[in-house]
Design a protein around this ligand. Structure first.
Ligand SMILES: O=C1C[C@@](O)(C(=O)O)C[C@@H](O)[C@@H]1O
Length: 293
């Protein structure tokens, strides 16, 4: 099955699926992005949840609740005794907040996810939380990362696919994959190397394909043209049953984002004009379309 068939993204051309990253943070507005989406019309939006989810972590949310209570207290003209009592009440509130956190967290994740789905006008959404270790912004612990992904998958919104990092501990990885399977959402297993191009690409891709993942994705950094060629040749020659997505990042790797599909890479990541990219070397959609002409 092709990736287009799997993700239900038909096309009349032989070109790869174009994905654009949505990298908005908590203070960014989504409507300018949504407008550009309509104009530039990619195939799929990759929601990079790592740009926003950490701002709604348990620690951050409690700090906000606490700061609110403290500033209210500071505005009141109360005696030292009353103040001490109110401070101890804030401490009690903390216990309650921590006990209720699982439900609060579910609600927050539902709202974040809902905002994405309700704002971008029907484009398919790939859910990604990229950890710092794999080149993203996400600083959650592995368990928090898995909880975030599973909760988002349970939110009822129809993600087109979900990115799961290959480097995540196997049991946690499996727990996300199980949640995705239950929700009938294809799993895209990903591996990134922002430093270099591993010398064992065929074995790495085969090992990734030996899991129950539905799609395999590899993004690596070339140190020379030779590395780009190695990635493209490996993409062409590797024999796996799942659709494959590969790219060489950075300036030297740009050609792989344009030509990769000729070697069997079924998706390419590009940026909407006037928005922020999510990895080095990404072209704009217009540059990509021009290169294909
Ligand atoms: O895995 C990838 C590929 C990518 O790193 C790139 O190089 O275009 C961009 C990421 O947003 C995405 O999750």
């Amino acid at each position: 099955m092709t990736l287009r068939e799997l993700l239900n993204i038909p096309s009349s051309t032989n070109k790869p699926i174009i994905a654009v990253p949505l990298t908005l943070g908590p203070t960014d507005k989504i409507s300018p992005f949504a407008q550009k989406l309509q104009q530039q019309n990619p195939d799929i939006v990759e929601w990079r949840a790592d740009y926003i989810a950490d701002d709604f972590s348990q620690a951050v949310m409690w700090q906000q609740v606490k700061a609110g209570a403290q500033s209210e207290l500071a505005q009141k003209d109360v005696s030292a005794m009353t103040e001490a009592k109110m401070l101890s009440e804030i401490d009690n509130a903390k216990q309650e907040f921590m006990a209720n956190w699982p439900q609060i967290n579910v609600q927050i994740i539902k709202e974040l996810t809902g905002t994405v789905f309700n704002s971008i006008g029907g484009f398919p959404v790939l859910l990604t939380y990229r950890t710092v270790a794999q080149g993203g912004r996400g600083e959650m612990s592995p368990t928090e990362y898995a909880t975030f992904m599973i909760t988002a998958l349970h939110s009822g919104f129809p993600f087109a696919a979900v990115d799961v990092e290959y480097t995540l501990d196997e049991p946690l990885r499996q727990s996300i994959m199980d949640a995705a399977n239950k929700a009938n959402i294809p799993v895209l297993l990903s591996y990134h190397d922002f430093e270099s191009t591993p010398k064992n690409l065929p074995a790495l891709i085969s090992d990734m394909a030996d899991t129950s993942a539905d799609i395999i994705k590899l993004a690596v950094m070339p140190e020379s043209e030779k590395d780009v060629d190695y990635l493209l040749q490996t993409t062409k020659n590797v024999n796996i049953s799942q659709p494959l997505i590969t790219m060489s990042m950075g300036e030297i790797g740009k050609s792989s984002r344009i030509e990769g599909y000729e070697y069997g890479s079924e998706m390419t990541f590009a940026v909407l004009d006037g928005t922020q990219g999510s990895a080095p070397g990404q072209l704009t959609i217009n540059e990509l379309l021009q290169a294909w002409q």
